[in-house]
Write a protein that binds this ligand. Structure first.
Ligand SMILES: [Fe+2]
Length: 280
């Protein structure tokens, strides 16, 4: 029998928070951070945090569960930017300086781009000094030709039942450092192990490392084989009234498998990450 992906738990936005989100001071993704600042200055964020305390606890609990991810559903597509903003604000910090080369917390992501690297299991923000802990994805634009385009979430604990999370990756992968900024020669180099305190996996950045003859390279190739044949994972469809959030430190993820560029565009909010060290 073909495997049916496991379902990501869903939390509806509580009814009493919807009126607060209806008047959200940002309707488009480039305004997301500005909207959050306005919401802070007008006291809206404080109200959301106070009234949303139970929701935040439920969300944290879901994200600490086996799926390491959750969807948040809401009544109207027009609330997408508001919900992405609120979820990010409830989970952590996003006000750190954006890197000029590595981007910042807010981006628009087309589905099925040119190299389609996002369709393979990966960690977000591997060239960042500290990859963001949380990735929040909302749907900005649909492509009606795509049927149920699902995003996969693969907790590290499912990569191998004996690898209880990234902390149990083979020792070589915790020790040998990989260069994560080869594609950014103008930035200071960044070296970190695949299985560091924050696990990182992004196949295009690993060519040189995996071609090596060190024990870590061998373990990396073994990990790559496991990822290609992983038997179980979670799935959710980012939809007009559904936002997905996952723990980027505890799970890998991949976008929908589609063979061509599409009009579908996601809004991605990266929370609790540091792109570059602040200038000295
Ligand atoms: Fe991603």
């Amino acid at each position: 029998m073909p495997f049916t992906p496991l379902a990501v738990p869903d939390l509806p936005v509580p009814a009493d928070l919807v009126p607060l989100l209806t008047g959200w001071p940002a309707a488009a993704s480039p305004e997301l951070l500005k909207g959050l600042h306005v919401a802070r200055d007008t006291g809206l964020l404080a109200r959301l945090r106070a009234d949303g305390e139970v929701f935040r606890t439920d969300l944290r609990e879901a994200l600490a569960g086996p799926a390491r991810s959750a969807t948040v559903s809401f009544p109207r597509a027009a609330l997408t930017v508001a919900v992405v903003s609120m979820v990010g604000d409830l989970l952590g910090r996003y006000d750190l300086p954006a890197g000029t080369t590595l981007g910042g917390p807010v981006s628009e992501v087309p589905t099925g781009g040119v190299d389609r690297y996002e369709q393979a299991w990966h960690t977000d923000s591997t060239p960042w000094l500290r990859p963001n802990r949380w990735s929040v994805l909302g749907l900005l634009r649909e492509d009606p030709a795509l049927h149920e385009p699902a995003t996969g979430v693969l907790p590290w604990s499912l990569v191998d039942e004996h690898w209880e999370g990234a902390g149990a990756l083979p020792a070589a992968l915790r020790e040998e450092h990989v260069s994560w900024r080869e594609r950014y020669p103008r930035l200071e180099p960044l070296h970190a192990p695949v299985g560091g305190t924050v696990p990182r996996w992004f196949r295009p950045a690993l060519d040189a490392f995996l071609g090596g003859d060190t024990p870590a390279a061998g373990a990396g190739r073994e990990l790559e084989r496991r990822l290609a044949a992983v038997p179980r994972w979670y799935e959710a469809v980012v939809a007009p009234t559904r936002v997905l959030v996952f723990d980027n430190h505890a799970a890998l993820h991949r976008g929908p498998a589609i063979a061509r560029p599409s009009a579908r565009t996601l809004l991605r909010f990266k929370v609790d990450g540091v792109p570059e060290a602040p200038p000295r």
